[in-house]
Design a protein around this ligand. Structure first.
Ligand SMILES: [Zn+2]
Length: 167
């Protein structure tokens, strides 16, 4: 059985016991989170969130890319979220390569160039990366300055969130 088929089997019992059909669309806790996609980081568990309580936007590195910012703008303006959180984590895969190395490797393997993605957003300084994403979000003209945007590093060894101070 493929992993997807295993998932479909699990979904059968999930749907059988499903009780969340009445949840409203806007997140109950008015919170939006931008986090790395790392498989060891279960954002809901880390922050004690339940289904329906927050928007969770994830990508490699927890980067405030154009698409992540698009989601945050929709989250606030159309669905009423009022606090944003950025979560990166220790031992992130994005610390293990350089954009240009990966680009060259893929070019060699595929014998093809590609316009997109323009960047992979690999980084070498975890704290600086969190700060950069928080600042990118805070400075966006369509994200009101009253929205608190806080940054954290999740420690994959301890389960603890450590806040990164952003000036
Ligand atoms: Zn990561």
């Amino acid at each position: 059985m493929s992993v997807v088929d295993e998932g479909l089997k699990a979904n059968e019992s999930y749907a059988k016991n499903f009780t969340l059909g009445g949840l409203p669309m806007p997140p109950a806790r008015k919170l939006a989170i931008l986090a790395c996609m790392d498989a060891r980081l279960t954002v809901e568990q880390v922050l004690g969130l339940k289904t329906g309580e927050a928007h969770i936007i994830r990508n490699a590195g927890g980067i405030a890319t154009e698409d992540a910012v698009r989601s945050l703008i929709i989250s606030h303006h159309l669905l009423g979220t009022k606090e944003f959180v950025v979560i990166n984590h220790t031992d992130c895969g994005m610390l293990t390569f350089k954009d240009e190395e990966l680009r060259a490797k893929l070019r060699d393997q595929t014998h093809a160039a590609a316009v997109a993605p323009a960047r992979f957003y690999a980084f070498s300084d975890l704290e600086a990366n969190v700060r950069e994403q928080v600042q990118k979000i805070r400075s966006h003209p369509w994200i009101p300055s009253q929205i608190p945007v806080r940054g954290f590093i999740y420690d994959v060894k301890t389960g603890k969130l450590n806040e990164v101070r952003v000036a």
